[in-house]
Design a protein around this ligand. Sequence first.
Ligand code: ADP
Ligand code: MG
Length: 651
Amino acid sequence: MRRVLLEIAELERSFPSGEKRVKVLKGLNLKIHAGEMIAIMGASGSGKSTLMNILGCLDRPTAGSYTVDGKETGRLDSDELAALRRDHFGFIFQSYHLLSHLDAVGNTEMPAVYNGINKKVRAARATSLLERLGLAGRGHHRPGQLSGGQQQRVSIARSLMNGGEVILADEPTGALDSKSGMEVIGILRELHARGHTIILVTHDATVARQAQRIVKIMDGEIISDEPNPDAPDAIAVEGRRTSQAHAHSRWVTQFGLFLEAFKMAWIAMTTHRLRTFLTMLGIVIGITAVVSVVAVGLGAKKKVIDDISSIGTNTIDIYPGKGWGDIRSGRVETLVPADLEALGAQVYVDSLTPNINSSEQLRYRNIVASASIKGVGEAYFRVKDITMEKGRTLLKRDIRNLSQVAVIDQNTKKKLFPNGEKPVGQTILAGNVPVAIVGVAAEKDSAFKDENLNVWMPYTSVMSRISGQQFFSSITVRVADGMSNEIAQQGIEHLLTTRHGTKDVFTRSSDSILKTVKKTTTTLTLLISSIAVISLVVGGIGVMNIMLVSVTERTREIGIRMAVGARQTDIMQQFLIEAVLVCMIGGTIGILLSFGVGVIFSYFVSAISMQFSILSIVMAFACSTFIGVLFGFLPARNAARLDPIEALARE
Ligand code: ADP
Ligand code: MG
């Protein structure tokens, strides 16, 4: 006796119908042997397709058992069932169930895709199968370009792709004229002769007579199961079909599946170009907004930082008192020349200068102006990074000799010498003191324009001849290169506290201003970006929306793919890739567009230039990919969770 391949026992299947359940299959028992050709007959609605779907592992019984080669299918999970369908079963449907956007080869090779067979091998096998079935030269025709009989032969080729040990044909001739119908039956008989197990559902007695055994079903029960003495002689057996070897590693398989899913996604996207474009638009706008806003933010930040840096690099100001607004600070007279010497000896000090301010009237010939006279040390210009336009800076000997010399700024030059006279060498009156101009400072490139008239003189001269004040208003220290501002600041405070016996000074570092500004601009950029991110989220929801529609539209495709052995993960991957692809392309367009925005921006705004950082571009790309995954997940999961039977039934 031959091997029992498929066996069902007390098999029941019921469907919910309103409140109650309708039993469609009522306790069937059937043994099907390897290599048999069996016809299942019955009136429409008797449960033949339901039985076939269970035999083909597309559906599960409600009760009873179904074993394939001794394996109980009830204990298999959905992936294992998919593997069974892929490796052992081949389906032929009344309505062919071919994918209309793939050609004959593409349809035929589909089961091998999910088996991880490489592209060349499977295309060659598909082509030779099609040739064997009389479709030579039709490999690149789409289903729409083939006749019904030809389409059915493509679906037979597909069922044989992975071997097709058991071929389940559900009314394969139902939609065909009798000639093509008989051709299809002829092919099935030939396959039977080659050793395939054929299960054929039909309500046509002539078709059924081709099988060796006829099982009749009525209202979900087997009413007869008899050998068919009229069966024509078997066609010469050409030996058993050879089974495919699937020696591919998991990795190669995964990669092949990925490529295939990628191709499918591409086809799906290009079939609905306008829709894909509109879906993408949300992502494009979102990414453009985010990248541009971040670039403007970075540009503004850079501008502000440059401006602040131009005030002076790494300086620390020392003021008397306990902090800003300390009313006693005016009376703290402890910052004295001796402190200057002590500070100058510290390693972290590059150079330093005291400051004394005094407002005086300047007079040159008949021009009078009020100016700020600043008593400073010789290092002042180095500390403040001020360069000279003409003449020299103040020198050590000027300080030592209490010289009546001055360096003036551009404002003073313009005010006192409007007719273009050379200021250097001229003598002006500061208050009542005659002062010789020795230098003119160059204009500083800074956003913070000082409208004051500034005149710098040796602090010794200011102390003794102009203001009479014997202590400094402040001391400014330029921190040595490579020294930390914080350490310098602590060192200064410690030194002066020790010298004065009490903490009566406070310090402000240019670094801390810079830090505050950096923090503020970063916060602002983040704030604006988060608003832009909202548009990105809206775009993502758009993608999700369209993907959900796409899943609904392609339910039948999903069903067919599952019937030929696609796992849930394969389906999920396909839809996820599609969502990610839309978002990634959208993201790339968005990034390019924001470069365009940058170019246009530079025409209108000259103060700030947009700063595109590699990081923000990489982030934008990663972000759009992430949105694809995030918003593609739900539709992809919906697709993967579809019941293959219901999916196939959908039109
Ligand atoms: P046929 O012998 O014509 O192939 P089917 O197996 O398709 O018959 O259907 C048998 C019965 O089961 C029919 O009455 C049909 O309405 C019912 N049926 C089939 N599938 C479902 C389903 N998914 N839900 C509810 N009823 C179903
Ligand atoms: Mg049916």
